[in-house]
Design a binder for this molecule. Structure first.
Ligand code: SF4
Length: 297
């Protein structure tokens, strides 16, 4: 098998950061196509709902702080019916196929009612839609409150969840998010909760690591993920962090708060993860697979 699209680009060390990976994102297009048995191009145009509000304050966040809060002057409440109505109207106008709804934010998993309501509306209207859900994994508390409703949603064929881990050790976590380091552990507990509910679960890892023992810290992180599920590291997408305008505002704000983004070249993190660590733990056969082809259960 000749793998053309996975891994890092040739000469990635000298390329701009946005060109380091051969494939910018595998998700959700590949996961939707894999689950539905179709072509990823039918799932690459995504209708995104961005919930306002987050319980972290990441120094690299792409969403300006002023709009990542539940401020009725800058946002609006939409019912699930309205959301699906807007999706259907955008889909009708779209030249490309549009078959994915993404619930992002902010952190949708602190208001999981939105997941239940949107999923039920999709189901009630009999839509052939893939639902992609983002989580910052800060807590499973609110998910647990709706467990009865969520348990038959998270394991559905047309549902995928991505949990974004912030930092690969508790010190980095605290610098990146502004949360106390004791909450680093919660991310693993929340990921475990999703896995226990047989969710089609994926992981993002921003390529932000503070200097010192980078390989050792990444090794510990990969081992912790393996502790949750031995194949989980193969479902990780390391994310390049780019200085988009919204992110720049947060870089500057966080720097003033004593939480600058790390100076480590992100390419070094990509290199260690994809070229050194994954091959240490997994055979080439596994490394040749897309994240969605890696089975967890
Ligand atoms: S968890 Fe996500 S939305 Fe929340 S502050 Fe961090 S990057 Fe922004």
């Amino acid at each position: 098998m000749v793998v053309k699209f996975l891994g890092l680009s040739n000469n990635f060390q000298s390329r701009p950061i946005e060109e380091v990976k051969k494939l910018e994102f595998q998700n959700p297009a590949y996961s939707a196509a894999f689950r539905f048995g179709g072509d990823p191009r039918n799932y690459s145009k995504v209708f995104t709902i961005q919930v306002s509000g987050c319980d972290f304050d990441c120094n690299y966040c792409y969403v300006p702080k002023q709009i990542n809060v539940a401020n009725p002057e800058l946002g609006k409440y939409f019912s699930a019916k309205e959301i699906i109505g807007y999706f259907l109207s955008a889909k009708e106008k779209s030249k490309e196929p549009m078959n994915v709804i993404r619930i992002s934010g902010g952190n949708p998993t602190i208001i999981p009612e939105v997941i239940v309501d949107v999923y039920n509306e999709i189901k009630n209207q009999g839509l052939d839609v893939y639902l992609w859900i983002d989580s910052n994994l800060s807590t499973q508390k609110y998910l647990e409150n709706l467990e009865g409703n969520l348990k038959n949603i998270l394991n559905q064929k047309n549902v995928g969840v991505v949990g974004c881990f912030k930092g690969i050790c508790k010190e980095d976590f605290s610098m990146l998010t502004g949360a106390e380091s004791k909450y680093y552990q919660r991310q693993f507990e929340t990921a475990k909760w999703f896995l226990e509910h047989r969710t089609d679960f994926y992981v993002y890892l921003p390529a932000l690591v503070y200097k010192g023992n980078i390989e050792e810290k990444l090794t510990m992180f990969i081992e912790r993920l393996r502790g949750l599920n031995k194949n989980l590291p193969l479902r990780v997408e390391v994310l390049e962090i780019i200085d988009y305008p919204g992110a720049k505002l947060n870089f500057e704000r966080a720097e003033k708060l004593g939480r600058p983004i790390p100076k480590t070249d992100q390419r070094m993190v990509f290199d260690i993860w994809y070229n050194k660590l994954l091959p240490k733990f997994y055979s080439q056969e596994y490394l040749n697979k897309y994240c969605c082809e890696i089975s967890l259960y």
